[in-house]
Write a new protein. Structure first.
Length: 176
């Protein structure tokens, strides 16, 4: 009985959430106060009571500041590894284009590539990459992948847990 009363109280409270000032039809602002322009589409939700409500929209102002943007770091020649960021940061995306050698793309939390020559390694992530192909990963739709030390992308021809360098790939990464 208590659960039903609490659930009904929550439904009643949710239906009291005020809608955006103005009229909203099919997520199109028809009449509005000064916060919204009539005739513009906006994201909207429906309250429990069945009313449509315009959701707030956050716009990031354009900026030329290096502290705001994402930096792309990429290969200038075929290589086996690339330091994307030499200090703590976030990885938003990466891409690797392979040549005639298949292998594995390894993401490391570090400031330099680990020793090659078949050395045992412990990557943060590992992805198979076929020969003559492009492979990419993106963390833009959710939180970025955070690295506490630095961001290094390595291409190994021998698997996820060993680093056998193969200087046959183009590497690119987006970080901040």
């Amino acid at each position: 009985m208590l659960k039903i009363v609490v659930a009904l109280a929550l439904i009643a409270l949710a239906s009291l959430v005020p809608a955006q000032a103005g009229t909203v039809e099919d997520c199109m602002v028809v009449t509005a106060d000064t916060a919204y322009t009539p005739g513009t589409a906006r994201p909207c939700t429906e309250t429990v009571g069945g009313r449509k409500r315009v959701d707030s929209v956050t716009t990031i102002a354009p900026s030329s500041s290096s502290t705001v943007g994402i930096v792309t770091v990429n290969s200038s020649a075929l290589e086996s590894n690339k330091v994307i960021k030499s200090s703590a940061g976030n990885l938003y995306g990466w891409a690797v284009t392979t040549g005639a050698v298949q292998g594995w793309v390894l993401l490391f939390n570090g400031t330099a590539a680990p020793s090659a020559g078949g050395a045992a390694v412990a990557p943060a992530k590992c992805f198979y990459a076929p020969a003559n192909a492009s492979l990419a990963g993106s963390y833009r739709s959710g939180p970025p992948m955070h690295f506490t030390t630095g961001i290094v992308i390595v291409f190994s021809s021998s698997g996820c847990l060993t680093n056998t360098a193969s200087t046959t790939v183009f590497i690119s990464g987006d970080a901040s």
